[in-house]
Design a protein around this ligand. Structure first.
Ligand SMILES: *Cc1c(COP(=O)(O)O)cnc(C)c1O
Length: 386
């Protein structure tokens, strides 16, 4: 008899050793985010430039109070799928707000952004359909694409001409066609050419879906009447959950056919209440919501980088090891900036990814930029990072 437990552990160890050899092994580090800005790790306090908490709402007193009040009133969990008994009264308030914000008839809230994408895409396209996806789209868009069974073709990043060429060649072989792109690219911080993609879609009888995970609340955008506007409540909103804003019939279809909606438990009341309060705050304080982008632009100006289009700024360094070394240098100086490596980004484009938040002190942004100039950008072949 073969000891399968032993062979399984050996299999896992082999896989991990190969990740180690490529500097691609990842580790969980316990992180104390006490104030949504500073993080204590391994006893060391670091100013974080690696959180997606752009408005520092994870620790906002008013949002916390709203969440606690909803938990007291409605309980910690929703108790079931929303189609069975999990549809507590806070969902309709949140969905109305999201739909109004995006200029759509209706919206539908999922358990997370990941769950939204793997539910929405297969509910729209299937075996006889064509799916065009930007090559840098988020991992969960690819997961949704694979689940759909559609013919999936990637187009060059933000290249409308390439997408046009693919549609011209392949559109007629398929019943429906869907173009999917991040609105704000999660690892590059640049924006999709949404208006041009909308024109392209209408020329070819295709539909467009945008993923605004990193834009909601912090990047002003004309929604351009995109018929499928997806996003998450886990970034600037500071809570958790995903959503789709669309026409009434499309949303009704999701409630019936998106498997991650039908077969997964509704979000907890406290989480939904937090998201509602966060959206209220953004509406009430637009100047505050503009701060993350202002800080990102302060940083790109200081370093002579292309002007930031969102609160995300990449500094591409190349090899995974180089990015790890650079991250270590910043950490020694009190900054938390995680190195982003394959498979999150294409190989050879390992990078530091900086995210700016409303409450980052301007002086610290300057200090960070100066340090990068003197210690990281000054590295050369003869004097590599060390
Ligand atoms: C983070 C992210 C998601 C996933 O959202 P979660 O709510 O964290 O599951 C989806 N798409 C993009 C572009 C993202 O950056």
């Amino acid at each position: 008899m073969v000891n399968t437990a032993t062979s399984l552990a050996a299999f896992a160890r082999g896989k991990l050793a190969s990740l180690d050899a490529q500097s691609l092994r990842r580790q969980l580090v316990e992180s104390h985010r006490d104030d949504a800005l500073w993080i204590t790790r391994n006893g060391k306090r670091l100013l974080s430039f690696s959180c997606n908490d752009y408005l520092n709402f994870t620790q906002h007193p008013e949002i916390i109070e709203a969440s606690i009040a909803a938990t007291r009133r409605w309980g910690v969990g929703s108790g079931g799928s929303r189609l069975v008994t999990g549809n507590h009264p806070l969902f309709s308030a949140l969905e109305a707000k999201l739909a109004a914000l995006k200029g759509c008839e209706a919206s539908c809230v999922f358990g997370s952004g990941y769950l939204a994408n793997i539910g929405i895409i297969p509910a729209i396209v299937g075996k006889s359909d064509l799916l065009l996806v930007d090559e840098l789209a988020h991992a969960c868009i690819w997961a949704g694409a694979a689940l759909s069974g559609a013919r999936v073709i990637r187009f060059n990043h933000n290249c409308v001409a390439h997408a046009a060429d693919l549609l011209a060649r392949h559109r007629h072989d398929h019943q429906h066609a869907l173009i999917v792109t991040d609105h704000v690219f999660s690892m590059d911080g640049d924006l999709a050419p949404v208006a041009s993609l909308m024109d392209l879609a209408s020329q070819h009888g295709a539909w467009l879906m945008t993923d605004d995970a990193h834009g909601l609340g912090v990047v002003k955008s004309d929604t351009n009447h995109v018929p499928l506007q997806m996003g998450t409540l886990s970034k600037a909103i500071g809570a958790y959950g995903g959503y789709l804003c669309a026409s009434q019939p499309v949303i009704e279809l999701m409630r019936n056919r998106a498997r991650s909606f039908v077969y997964s438990t509704g979000l907890p009341p406290g989480t939904v209440a937090a998201a509602i309060t966060a959206l209220d705050l953004i509406e009430r304080e637009p100047d505050y919501a503009a701060l993350p982008l202002a800080r990102a632009r302060q940083f790109t100006r200081a370093l002579g980088l292309p002007e930031a289009e969102s609160p995300i700024v990449p500094l591409v360094l190349g090899e995974a090891e180089t990015a790890l070394m650079a991250s270590h240098i910043l950490s020694e100086a009190g900054f938390l900036v995680t190195a982003i490596r394959p498979p999150t980004v294409p190989s050879g484009t390992s990078r530091l990814r900086f995210t700016f938040t409303a409450r980052h002190p301007e002086a610290e942004v300057d200090r960070l930029a100066a340090l990068i100039k003197s210690r990281i950008l000054s590295a050369t072949a003869e004097h590599p990072l060390s």
